[in-house]
Unconditional design. Sequence first.
Length: 150
Amino acid sequence: MRKAAVTTVSTVAGVILLLSLKPHQKPAPDLTASPAPSGTPGASTSPAPSGHERSNGGASGTYTGSVINTSYGPVQVSVTLSHGRITTVKALRTPSDRPRSQQIAADAVPRLTQEALSAQSAHIDAVSGATYTSEGYARSLQSALDKAGV
């Protein structure tokens, strides 16, 4: 009897611990009527490829990815390609409604950019502690690459 009680208490404690570690989510903000947050130059909710062209070596130009709404705010990137190769990735929008979100994005975005440049794709590893930002970054990057036909 005593062993069963200890097992039950341990199981309950484990479940409580797991539930307390689950991140709390809030609804994603509605971006349809709100202006771009300050400090996010070039933010746009509409796709805006510019200067793109195809050559024998692949797409060239700058392509803007979709805005991806995450639990902590919107993420949007643009990608510049030269003959099908990723040369630049810029974060146009990152979560910025809270100081902690700004701090996480400031740490994660350069690492995600380096990953994308190294991988030459949107198949990049998430940055620990910035899971939502990483997912939004990768999804926005993939949408930009899709627009480029890469």
